[in-house]
Design a protein. Structure first.
Ligand SMILES: Cc1ncc(COP(=O)(O)O)c(CNc2cc3ccccc3n(O)c2=O)c1O
Length: 422
């Protein structure tokens, strides 16, 4: 893998921030006397200690030392004990082939980000020049479209279905080129493929292992980087988990995005990116001059919770969370059967928080943004998840994650009334 091929001019030109390097030196050598970094004196901080009460009744206290670390500037890649713990988690769950791969051009690295959204934004910006072609699963997460569309008008939608991105559609999207174009300097062949493999947003789709293997092979043939955006990995409704692209990445061509938003807290703004060091180094450099590092307090709180749980406890919590969403999915499906038969059709989500519903209308946009709101119910019109949001879409995305059964019943009853009114 020649990683320089994938980097934009902007990303390639980034240099290590002199002051940010200081933080890492101090972190690694606590005994050093430093008059270098502009570190505020923690004596001035009003917060002395932090105590967390977990729902299982446990109390986790951050002592003065841990609180001081949490409230001070820290290294860009994340709090070392948290980075170590997350690396251990990735090895346990995904067993990445490039972990500690001696001599590999892209050894595995890991960076904690301010939510996976921040990681996605910076990684796209590091690899997609204005008007580069980039392959994007379709329909897809609106937060990704918000990154990609301003970056390039030449993003190529790759159609998916309930089994995730369709390899035949990927081959079709790549048909104007041949694998040899990936070696031809100046070729406009796409270099990056973005997808959501589990609990698809907005579709609830789950990529099958066979499709993943086929997609990885296509990525090898055309020398693509795969951006595996996987915040719903642990919200798969059936076990065993479908192996990730990271778990099969012998080449070092997968950049994986995990998130704690759907498992621990969305407000703590913590995600982490796992992938080849040459690409993650660019993300680190971008973070050095933007966010500097993810919140220290959030990282310390998360670390203490994960330390208390251990990996087994984390996996048990993830399983319980997935069970809750599976129950809510089933409630949602039953309620749609009750109210929407003959008015819409839908597919069965295999994970995550969303169901993708095709209404028997030409376009759902006005119906959802005006009529449904007037009736006191909110969904998301399908056009929001399309590369060309100006085109009519009969779809809506419904999220069952945060509604009671009664609320869902009322919501779909009101939607049915609107549809029946025509
Ligand atoms: C596939 C995929 N990738 C990345 C992210 C970002 O996760 P994070 O930065 O780690 O928290 C997401 C979060 N998705 C959403 C977030 C959201 C936040 C407020 C209001 C609405 C939201 N809706 O609707 C969403 O779908 C996602 O679904």
């Amino acid at each position: 893998m020649n990683y320089a091929r994938y980097l934009t001019r902007l990303s390639s030109s980034r240099q290590h921030s002199a002051i940010r390097v200081l933080t890492s030196i101090v972190q690694e050598n606590p005994s050093i006397i430093t008059m270098a970094g502009g570190m505020p004196n923690p004596q001035t901080f009003p917060i002395q200690e932090v105590s967390l009460k977990l729902k299982n009744g446990k109390r986790i206290d951050l002592d003065e030392k841990a609180t001081r670390i949490a409230l001070q500037y820290s290294g860009t890649k994340g709090l070392p004990p948290l980075v170590n713990m997350l690396t251990e988690l990735q090895c346990r769950i995904h067993n990445p082939p490039t972990y500690k791969a001696e001599g590999h051009p892209g050894p595995l690295d890991l960076i904690v980000t301010s939510g996976s959204q921040d990681g996605l934004c910076k990684v796209f910006e590091s690899m997609v020049n204005p008007d580069d072609k980039v392959l994007v699963e379709h329909p897809t997460y609106s937060g990704t479209l918000a990154i990609v569309k301003p970056l390039t008008s030449k993003a190529i939608p790759v159609e998916s279905d309930i089994d995730g991105l369709n390899p035949a559609s990927l081959r079709q999207a790549l048909s104007p080129w041949s694998p040899s174009d990936a070696k031809r300097p100046g070729s406009d062949i796409p270099k990056v493929l973005y997808l959501v493999p589990n609990g698809g947003n907005p579709t609830g789709a789950g990529l099958t292992l066979d499709r993943k293997k086929e997609i990885y092979k296509i990525a090898q043939d055309y020398n693509l980087i795969i951006m595996e955006d996987d915040p719903y990995f642990y919200l798969q409704f059936t076990k065993p988990y479908v192996p990730s692209f990271l778990s099969m990445d012998t080449d070092g061509r997968v950049v994986r995005f995990d998130s704690f938003s759907k498992l621990v807290s969305s407000g703590m703004r913590l995600g982490f990116v796992t992938g080849p060091k040459p690409l993650l180094e660019r993300l680190e450099l971008h973070m050095q001059c933007s966010v500097m590092h993810a919140s220290g307090l959030s990282q310390m709180a998360l670390y203490k919770v994960l330390e208390d749980w251990g990996i087994e406890g984390f996996l048990k919590h993830a399983e319980t969370t997935a069970e809750l969403y599976k129950t809510k999915r089933d409630q949602c499906l039953a309620i749609m059967e009750k109210h929407l038969k003959g008015l819409a059709e839908w597919t069965i989500p295999s994970g995550g928080m969303f169901v993708w519903v095709k209404l028997h209308v030409e376009d759902s946009h006005k119906l959802i943004t005006v009529r449904a709101r007037e009736k006191g119910v909110l969904f998301v019109p399908g056009s929001v998840f399309m590369m060309d949001s100006s085109k009519p879409s009969p779809y809506i995305r419904a999220s069952y994650s945060n509604c009671t059964e009664e609320q869902m019943d009322t919501a779909f009853q009101r939607l049915a009334e609107i549809l029946q009114e025509g």
